[in-house]
Design a protein around this ligand. Structure first.
Ligand code: SF4
Length: 734
């Protein structure tokens, strides 16, 4: 196939012999691109392409999606259940029946000895929603531990917490179509071009057409900041101060939307009183943004016909993460920018199905945003599942980040880890390693056998990945989309749903609860349980999802019965005639006093350590580290360091350096760039035994999300560069 310059040096796409294309949804980020995988005559996946009539990506894919078909045959896949007596021992192959019996017997043994909550179950944002729902039913309805959480605590917990505090429920109110209506966009700690490239393309197209101002708040000159009209290089961890100062100006200059505030919110007097003490002059000394810029941004936001705010990990991964989200919501509410085209507060989610776990996993509560703390919610779900409501805990258990501390203290003795890799993803690796070593029983269920966490397991269950399974995922804008089983799991590996159902059989001997085998049937069961809820999906089914290339919730059975077509896009929550999820229907304006509790640079550790993502890689590189076209562009860890700082330390481009924090040290290559200020280094978090050796485990008090982006380090040039280069390459081999 020829593209572009057809006369001279045309771009030639290799013919891979595709005879059939099959539909799925990309399994990396939460953008939710519709993707087709091409199969050759032997049924082997050989190509990927974007789906042209899908509203989300309109035929496009990013670097990760384009090579996603290579996942199926990548190195390190598990093909056989494995068992061993101690994590020091060598693995022995076992059969599925023995492995599944072991899961049941060890969970019950540990619970009998140490109590029901002594077993932790930690899930992920990577599985399909029907799998989350089934695991939730198994855990809440049969196993009965309250220490059940997802790795989404590491990425989206602050967004969840902030939405709940402001609106009474989780659920991002906006959608991608808002870019096409907005008159002002503020991006807080969000680097769309690298993290969510297709959302960036949607935003950029809209911006080129409409010319709205783009304001980026980020300590680093990210790719998005390079494209911004205004870049606010904020002092790390001080977003709440800037937000309070913006509100100070809005109230002081009478720019608030009084009608909206009176009709839809509570708490404006308390908020007004608090922000009165955050005048721009005082605030500028804390957050590092000059007073005039604060005033200009406040006026631009408040005077826009419709203003949109988005954010990602720059807000969430902080000891003020939940407050930062509430601050964004406060700004949106006082300017009347919720629920209208182009006026919204939209969390840009991380993992492909972090939204699905938020909605359906029962990790932090019960399905479809129900609360364990609410007796009516417990009754509803207990009746639906045929469980005694008294079996449910009356409040949520520990967050993932607290569970490891409980392991250290000996409270947690057993663990079932599903599609997550805490040895790579949690802060302060040394501490996590010690906690893992103390477990009496650890089962790792993952599509990869070679994860760092599997080194501490007693049992390994090989699972299918992505489009080796059938089910749905929800994207950032609440769009549910379908994944078809395009390939089969390798060897004896099985889909996660099959594993959960077989484990459930062992806990459900009397057959009291029902566990449907087919994802399509589970989805219909979820639809029943969603009726009348905020996330009502009762009008959807798998076939309709594929036909529409995904449908945003809510879409109800009543709408379907009335012949109302599913929304194509542009569906919003809390539209002007809508109500918030608090009992009186009003949103809360919450005052946010700032308490400076960050680890900040000092004489011994003079640099801020800022961590983040690269476009080529996905999280811990378990997937992308094995895909040549992703890995070759970023094969080893590096730091961005300011050229002046590098010169003072005698560091040249390409030198290996040692980063030292109060926790440990790590090796990286130095890349001098003006993207970071002189007192900051940026380190991608994808590489095992690197960023998280250094990061601090301080947690947000509301969301329990770690402050990955605000630590302090010092930098040392390594004397023996050859040895450092050898070590760096050795560590990255797969
Ligand atoms: Fe996949 Fe996200 Fe890239 Fe889309 S933007 S192709 S969902 S990784």
């Amino acid at each position: 196939m020829l593209f572009g310059r057809t006369q001279k040096n045309p771009i030639k796409i290799a013919d891979k012999g595709v005879v059939e294309w099959q539909y799925a949804t990309c399994g990396y980020c939460s953008t939710g691109c519709s993707i087709e995988v091409g199969l050759n005559a032997d049924g082997k996946p050989v190509a990927s392409r974007g789906v042209a009539d899908a509203d989300v990506n309109r035929g496009k894919l990013c670097l990760k999606g384009i090579f996603e078909h290579e996942l199926f045959a990548s190195a390190g896949r598990g093909t056989q259940p494995l068992i061993r007596g101690h994590w020091h021992d060598a693995w022995q192959p076992t059969d599925w029946n023995s492995a599944l019996d072991k899961v049941h017997d060890e969970i019950r043994r540990v619970q009998a000895k140490y109590g029901p909550d002594s077993v932790a179950i930690i899930s992920t944002g990577q599985m399909l929603t029907e799998e989350f729902y089934t695991l939730g039913k198994l855990t809440r309805g049969l196993i009965g531990t309250n220490n059940y959480d997802g790795n989404t605590t590491l990425c989206m917990a602050s967004a969840v917490s902030g939405y709940k505090r402001s609106f009474g429920s989780d659920g991002p109110p906006g959608c991608y179509e808002d870019f096409e209506h907005t008159d002002c966009l503020i991006a807080w700690g969000s680097n769309l071009p690298e993290q969510h490239p297709i959302i960036y393309w949607r935003m950029k197209e809209a911006q080129e057409r409409r010319g709205f101002p783009l304001i980026v708040v980020d300590p680093r000159v990210t790719m998005l900041a390079q494209n911004a009209h205004m870049h606010l290089a904020i002092t790390p961890g001080t977003d709440v101060v800037l937000q309070n100062a913006l509100m100070h100006v809005i109230f002081a200059e009478g720019l608030e939307d009084s009608r909206y505030i009176a009709a839809n919110t509570n708490g404006v007097d308390e908020l007004r009183t608090l922000v009165a003490s955050y005048d721009p002059v005082t605030a500028s000394k804390i957050c590092g943004i000059d007073e005039d810029t604060i005033r200009v941004v406040a006026r631009t936001l408040a005077k826009a016909g419709a203003a949109m705010q988005i954010w990602t990990m720059g807000i969430n991964q902080s000891t003020h993460g939940s407050d930062g989200v509430v601050g964004i919501n406060n700004l949106a509410l006082i300017t009347g920018n919720i629920g209208k085209p182009g006026g919204t507060s939209l969390s840009i989610t991380g993992q492909c199905n972090a939204m699905g776990t938020r909605e359906w996993s029962s990790c932090s509560g019960l399905p479809n945003y129900r609360y364990l703390e609410n007796p009516q919610h417990r009754e509803e779900v207990a009746k639906f599942w045929n469980v005694d409501p008294e079996f449910f805990p009356k409040k949520r258990g520990m967050f993932q980040t607290d569970i490891y501390q409980a392991m250290e203290a000996g409270q947690i003795k057993g663990m079932w880890l599903i599609a997550t890799n805490p040895m790579s993803s949690l802060p302060n690796t040394a501490r996590i390693r010690k906690a893992m070593e103390k477990l009496e029983f650890c089962c790792v269920q993952d599509c990869y056998q070679d994860t760092e966490s599997a080194q501490y397991a007693h049992l390994y269950l090989p699972a299918g990945t992505w489009a080796e399974k059938e089910g749905v995922m929800t994207n950032t804008e609440r769009r549910i989309n379908l994944i078809n089983p395009i390939a089969t799991p390798p060897g004896k590996a099985k889909p996660d749903l099959w594993i959960f159902n077989r484990v459930a059989e062992r806990f459900n001997k009397d057959g009291k609860l029902s566990f449907p085998e087919k994802a399509a049937d589970i989805f219909l069961e979820m639809g029943e349980l969603s009726k009348g809820r905020l996330a009502d999906i009762s009008g959807m089914n798998h076939a309709l999802l594929e036909k529409n290339r995904g449908i945003q919730w809510p879409y109800t059975a009543k709408q379907a019965a009335q012949g109302i077509a599913p929304p194509k896009g542009g569906k919003r929550l809390y539209t002007e005639d809508g109500v918030f999820s608090y009992p009186d229907g009003k949103a809360k304006l919450i005052p946010l006093p700032f308490i400076d509790n960050n680890e900040t640079p000092d004489e011994s550790f003079p640099f801020w350590l800022n961590t983040g993502r690269l476009i080529e890689h996905w999280h811990g590189r378990t997937k992308t580290g094995k895909i040549g076209n992703n890995n070759k562009f970023s094969p080893i860890p590096f730091i961005e360091i300011n050229p002046d700082a590098a010169a003072e330390l005698g560091i040249q481009r390409g030198d290996y350096v040692r980063l030292v924090s109060r926790r440990s040290d790590a090796l990286a290559m130095a890349m001098p760039t003006q993207r970071v200020p002189k007192n900051m280094v940026f380190l991608p978090f994808h590489f095992h035994d690197c960023a998280n050796r250094l990061t601090l485990g301080l947690l947000d008090p509301h969301s329990r999300q770690p402050a990955y982006k605000q630590s302090a380090v010092r930098i040392e040039r390594i004397a023996d560069q050859q040895a450092a280069a050898k070590l760096s390459m050795e560590m990255r081999k797969f």
